[in-house]
Design a protein around this ligand. Structure first.
Ligand code: NAD
Length: 543
């Protein structure tokens, strides 16, 4: 046990560097990007103390330059997944028994490594293989991951400090034990920070982890493992396997010691995993914890009293930053008719100035979507809108995959509030707008609430406070992260705990104590100082 009740370092958000012309960070990032772009790396699996190179090499290609190869990852097999489970279980005893301040120190060191010597590297990896521009890489791969690691130390100690009251003669305590068995993290391509945080948040609380990153994110996943190892994370605590999703999930979920799933990705995959866990419940030694943050169909609704320029800016940033590949991206908007002409003018001005291309050119606001499937999916929605009687392309609409998977920021205007692109998650730079009659404000709020299965993020714009208040109430269950007069993206750790409900997830709020609580199982301890020596209570005595 620790011989002190330690206070952890004061936590605040990592400052976001500007990368403006002339800054040293811009120079360093560009130089690192160029150097890494010319290299051909090999990404192994990390299983226990072993760095596993299977020899089954799969190419890593930048989405914005898909003929270029920047490396290979060594794809694993189900034998590797089994080995990762064994390595995790072998590491469990020592890791679970390690006092919390050691776990905190490892992850605080990892945060400082990312803030300093690894900042340019993790940002460049995210720019190269996930096609984020410099700013999008900085707010994700560097700042958000650093914040997750630092804030989780704070939240972990808040949890440990949360203790029950004790009455005279007894002392009640609770112990926040790691889950028995091993845990499983499955992470998406679109946020380097999420991919580091999901396995780390479970390890924070003393759990051992099998981690399967997305095959589209292995380049920055490799940097994360490098940082964790350099920070002193013991072998076997986080085991990274580079295997297929479905087979890995089968091997893990059919293991009796499987104790928890920490998933971020699409709704359909999560639902299938949940079902699979249910189907195997009789073989598990414990009820596995299930946490999943999934898809979104995030909205912006603007009342006639809103400021047109503010609405247009929120739509451009909210819908098109990182090519709309954020679970929180604005992808359906409802604009009051008398506001629309002004919003349209402002959007046109902004969209005319946006350039698309490689993230190496810092002037590009938009780069490529992640892969061919995503390109085809976006193009499909755009092509159908071009032909539809219910829709037209207001801006953009060009797609070109000769060099990279480039989709122009596209705005579809529809006369049908239930048109397919108002309802389904596209996960690309395609925004659909429905213009409503000014008098239909209340009807529109109902539409917003009922149109899609998801409830992740949403934003309301208005200046009239009565109107805002109505919206806040009417949309209570439409979004887990709700924004008033702001874009629906860009949640900051420690400030806006993130997660959605309905089909968008279990809403366990990544980057908060609520999430960490899912990875512990409480033991309540009651200690009595002077135990009773007679079973008889006073009321039993004769009058
Ligand atoms: P995805 O569902 O395709 O993949 C996510 C992970 O699941 C990957 O590691 C993938 O290899 C794995 N996987 C795929 N099929 C699997 C299967 N059958 N069994 C087990 N694992 C499987 O998602 P993606 O394209 O990587 O990410 C985009 C999706 O993630 C979007 O739907 C987005 O909204 C969602 N997302 C949600 C949040 C959130 O916080 N709510 C955050 C980021 C992304």
């Amino acid at each position: 046990m620790p011989k002190g009740i330690y206070q952890v370092p004061f936590v605040s958000n990592e400052p976001v560097l500007s990368y403006a012309p002339g800054t040293s960070e811009r120079e360093e990032l560009l130089a690192t990007y160029k150097k890494m772009y010319k290299q051909v790396i090999e990404v192994p699996q990390y299983i226990g103390s072993k760095v596993v190179k299977s020899g089954n090499k799969k190419e890593i290609r930048p989405p914005h330059d898909h003929k270029h190869i920047v490396g290979y990852y060594h794809a694993g097999t189900q034998a590797d997944v089994k080995a990762a489970i064994d390595a995790a279980l072998k590491a469990r005893k020592d890791w679970a028994a390690m006092e919390w301040q050691n776990r905190a120190a490892i992850f605080l060191k990892a945060a400082d490594l990312l803030a300093g010597p690894y900042r340019a590297k993790i940002n460049a990896a995210t720019m190269i293989a996930q096609s984020k521009n410099a700013f999008q890489a900085e707010i994700d791969a560097a700042c958000e991951l650093i914040d997750f690691l630092r804030f989780n130390v704070e939240f972990m100690t808040q949890i440990y400090a949360d203790q029950p009251i004790s009455s005279d003669g007894i002392w009640n305590r609770v112990e926040y034990r790691p889950l028995e068995g091993f845990t499983f993290a499955i992470t998406p391509f679109n946020f380097t920070a999420i991919s580091g945080n999901l396995p780390a948040s479970m390890a924070f609380m003393g759990n051992v982890v099998v981690w399967k990153p997305s095959d589209k994110q292995v380049y920055s996943a490799e940097v994360i493992m490098e940082v964790f190892r350099e920070a002193g994370l013991p072998d076997g605590v986080i085991n990274m396997v580079l295997t297929g999703g479905a087979e890995t999930a089968k091997t893990v979920i059919e293991h009796p010691d499987f104790a928890g799933l920490h998933f971020t990705g699409s709704t359909s995959v999560f639902k299938a995993l949940w079902k699979q866990i249910g189907d195997n419940i009789n073989i598990h030694k414990t009820y596995p914890r299930i946490v999943g943050e999934t898809g979104g169909k995030d909205f912006v609704v603007a009342h006639k009293s809103a400021d047109a320029q503010e609405v247009a800016t929120a739509l451009i940033r909210g819908a098109f930053e990182y090519q709309g590949q954020k679970c929180s991206a604005a992808s359906r908007a409802y604009i009051s008719k008398s506001l629309w002409t002004k919003v349209e003018k402002e959007m046109k001005k902004a969209l005319d100035s946006i350039t698309i291309g490689s993230p190496e050119d810092f002037s590009n606001f938009v780069t490529a979507v992640i892969d061919e499937n995503s390109f085809n999916k976006c193009k499909g929605y755009i092509d159908r809108a071009k032909k539809s009687k219910k829709a037209e392309i207001a801006f953009g609409g060009k797609c070109d995959d000769k060099v990279g998977y480039f989709v122009e920021p596209t705005v579809i205007l529809t006369t049908d509030p239930h048109y397919e692109s108002m309802v389904e998650e596209i996960f690309g730079p395609v925004l659909t707008i429905y213009v409503f009659e000014d008098k239909d404000w209340n009807k529109t709020l109902e539409l917003v609430d009922t149109t899609s299965d998801y409830a992740l993020t949403g934003a309301i714009f208005a200046k009239d406070r009565y109107v805002l208040n109505e919206g806040i109430k009417a949309l209570e269950n439409s979004a887990g992260n709700f924004y008033i007069n702001d874009k629906p993206t860009g949640a900051v750790v420690g400030q806006q705990p993130f997660g959605g409900a309905r089909a968008s997830g279990t809403n366990d709020k990544a980057g908060s104590a609520m999430n960490l609580l899912r990875w512990v199982s409480v033991r309540t301890v009651k200690e009595t100082f002077v135990p009773a020596k007679d079973y008889r209570y006073p009321f039993l005595a004769k009058d």
